[in-house]
Design a protein around this ligand. Structure first.
Ligand code: IVH
Length: 705
């Protein structure tokens, strides 16, 4: 779907869109990484991130404190021990077209100011989940998932059960963290699903989910029974370098006993990278495992070190993704689902069709404009063709997730086919469904009156990153909501189940299907335990539109206590002083502020919030400093010519170490780094008593890359 071109966005529209993107990306991240239940296709997810980056590039001052550009993955799930990665586990920037590959190479040359020989490795991008294996003196001591890149889950016992992962290494450095991808082959995946189905167990949508679900088992015996494999392609913490080149280092890992991908090739520029991409693409159907692109990496490790990292991705690597897979089928009907924020989402019911090895019988149709053949600004998409029930439609999926309807072939359309009329009342509660200006989504206005919204809110409330109550998942919440005796309609009702149940005599929960004395006691204990809740989780759990997990953290850190947060939001009204101070918080925009204020001003919502908070003891949030580097939190100015690195490289390294880089010297400056040709800034620094270092001194201070 075509959105407004970024060049045409007004500043207000850009700010609002960045808020929407931050929320959508955070939600998708949680679904994908923490719940192994993706809600967006990889291609859609990439498109959201790309659009976010484009808008930020045009309006750098609008970049949010919770910008998705600065985040990798999602926080770890409870249940496993946590591992702080000594070297962050990062993500990769994506390329989709050959021009992106040329750009990648050009950017590297420019960044390094380098016109010499530049080689790259090209290898398949395995569609599994990344794992970091720590070896000390050749013994496997720890295995951790990526998590949010900083902290992952400790899955050591599970990793030990994977045949491709050596327990002991020959000729390894004292400390070696090997990184790679855990995956499942197509054949093993099919056999596992057959086995699961025959035992009435859970089947998996695709090999990636099967691999993730199998590795993240709290009981390692289950992992041991699952056919997982591992390819090594990278490393983290190291006591001694493995080699001088990427290819050499991968060769060393292979010698130590790891599986490395046989399709890894050395290339000398965009043309040969793209040739290797085509080759791998042609082999893709016969590989026997899922790949979703080709990864290019600078071969020279000294250059990799100089190139370093942006906030979440290395500058020296890129993932060239394969296009999504397509199929044609018949559109049998359109269902409308009502989500947590009231959004009416049209879902296509399809004649089952295989797309990229998975049988698809429903797909998203996004919103009413999409069905009508328009974008939200009224411009044509698909050449203006609308989509009607009975049409022959094209479906695609990229990777593992919810498929989309991409196109329609109207030559198959029957002459009596009617244009689809999108409902203007909520199919669940009958309230009017309205569209706000500039929003492509029609929303039910029923709020908590709408049973669909109320139930979705409850599911969100108990979800893993919100209250995360053991034994109370989406299924139980749905059941408790509809049960006339329990009548769990709002979050506060969860905390009164036990007392109401006690007063309920014969109709007690323990007498119901699926519940016994022990499970009820456990559930009540789990609910009790969550009366004590950190402020950020509580704010996130409220499920207020535009207030995602990261925004909740920003608010919790800013206000520290529930009382301060509640007072600030209650007092705020567009234009007054409380409103201005809400907007002054780095990371809070107008959209989020309006949404917060509206939620607290709505009588019914407010009553639900107050009733909930009355049941809780909210823990205040204490702010922790980000890094312990010698320049963390310092404001640094670079001036004059730098000889060892470009200005961009110097700035990026300083920022990576937690410093703030500024263009001008002021009383706030802590350090001036001055190279040859420096002018008035040195005088300014001397006048203000600011420390001045030359490039050597600066490098000595921050240490090697
Ligand atoms: S290199 C610093 N090589 O793709 C980045 N990653 O989208 C190191 N992946 O998190 C990653 N195959 O889980 C690399 N051959 C490959 C890969 C690969 C799959 C995954 C990895 C990474 C994700 C980024």
């Amino acid at each position: 779907m075509k959105a407004t071109a970024v060049e045409l966005l007004s500043e207000d529209a850009a700010r609002e869109e960045l808020a929407r993107l931050a929320e959508a990306i955070a939600e998708a991240n949680i679904a994908y990484h923490t719940q192994d239940a993706p809600k967006l296709s990889d291609a859609d997810f990439d498109a959201l991130k790309q659009r976010n980056a484009l808008i930020e590039a045009r309006f750098p001052h609008l970049k949010r404190a919770d910008s998705p550009s600065d985040q990798v993955g999602a926080a770890v799930a409870d249940g496993f021990g946590k591992v702080t990665h000594r070297v962050r586990m990062l993500s990769l920037e994506n390329a989709f077209y050959p021009e992106d590959v040329t750009d990648f190479v050009d950017r590297i040359r420019k960044y390094l100011n380098y016109s010499g020989d530049l080689r790259f490795t090209a290898e398949p991008k395995i569609d599994g989940l990344s794992l970091s294996l720590r070896y000390e003196f050749g013994q496997l001591v720890q295995a951790a998932t990526r998590g949010d890149g900083e902290t992952g889950e400790n899955v050591t016992e599970n990793a030990r059960t994977i045949a491709d992962i050596p327990q002991h290494l020959r000729q390894a450095p004292e400390v070696l963290e090997v990184r790679g991808e855990v995956y499942m082959s197509h054949a093993d995946f099919a056999a596992l699903n057959t086995r699961q189905a025959s035992r009435g167990g859970k089947t998996f949508a695709n090999p990636r989910n099967a691999a993730a679900g199998s590795l993240r088992q709290l009981d390692a015996r289950i992992t041991a029974a699952r056919p997982l494999r591992f390819f090594a392609y990278s490393w983290g913490d190291l006591s001694a370098p493995l080699a001088e080149t990427q290819l050499g280092a991968i060769g060393r890992l292979a010698e130590m006993g790891f599986q490395t991908n046989p399709l890894t090739a050395l290339c000398d520029g965009p043309a040969s990278l793209i040739a290797q991409y085509r080759k791998i693409e042609s082999l893709r159907p016969s590989l026997g495992y899922d790949i979703d692109g080709v990864v290019y990496k600078v071969n020279d490790l000294a250059l990799q070190a100089r190139l370093g990292f942006r906030s979440t991705t290395p500058r020296w690597a890129i993932a060239h993704k394969f296009p999504a897979e397509l199929a044609w089928t018949d559109l049998l009907g359109i269902d409308i689902q009502v989500g947590r924020t009231g959004a009416l989402s049209p879902v296509a019911r399809l004649a089952p069709v295989t797309v990229g090895g998975v049988v698809v019988s429903n797909a998203t149709l996004h919103n009413e404009d999409y069905i009508a053949g328009r974008d939200s600004k009224g411009a044509e998409i698909r050449g203006g063709k609308d989509i009607r029930i009975g049409d022959r439609v094209q479906v695609y999926r990229a990777g593992d997730v919810i498929p989309k309807v991409a196109d329609v072939d109207i030559s198959f359309r029957k002459s009596d086919a009617q244009a689809y009329e999108f409902p203007t009342v909520c199919p669940e509660c009958g309230s009017p469904a309205m569209r706000e200006e500039g929003d492509s989504v029609r929303r039910c206005t029923g709020g908590l009156i709408c049973p669909a919204q109320a139930v979705e809110r409850l599911k969100h409330f108990v979800s893993r990153n919100a209250f995360d109550i053991e034994g109370l998942g989406a299924k139980q919440v749905e059941m408790f909501f509809h049960d006339p005796d329990l009548a769990v309609k709002t979050p506060a009702d969860i905390f009164t189940i036990a007392s109401r149940d006690a007063a309920n005599g014969l109709k007690r929960l323990k007498n119901r299907d699926g519940f016994g004395e022990t499970s009820v006691a456990k559930l009540f204990a789990a609910i009790e335990a969550k009366r004590n809740i950190p402020l950020d989780r509580l704010i996130f759990a409220l499920g207020i539109r535009h207030v995602g997990e990261v925004a909740a953290q920003v608010l919790a850190r800013h206000f520290s206590t529930w009382a301060a947060f509640e007072a600030a939001v209650t007092q705020a009204e567009e234009g007054n002083a409380a409103w201005d101070s809400l907007l002054a918080i780095d990371g809070v925009g107008k959209t989020m502020a309006s949404s917060l204020v509206a939620a607290f001003a709505n009588e019914q919502e407010r009553a639900a919030i107050d009733a909930l908070v009355a049941q809780l003891q909210v823990q205040p949030v204490v702010w922790k400093a980000a890094t312990d580097s010698p320049v963390a939190g310092k404001t640094v100015v670079f001036t004059g010519t730098l000889e060892k690195m470009t200005r961009a490289e110097a700035k990026a390294r300083a920022e990576a170490l937690g410093a703030k880089v500024s263009g001008s010297v002021s009383a706030k400056t802590d350090l001036l780094v001055a190279g040859p040709g420096a002018g008035s800034k040195i005088k300014d620094a001397a006048r203000l008593g600011i420390e001045v270092l030359d490039e050597e001194g600066w490098l000595a201070l921050i240490g090697p890359a």
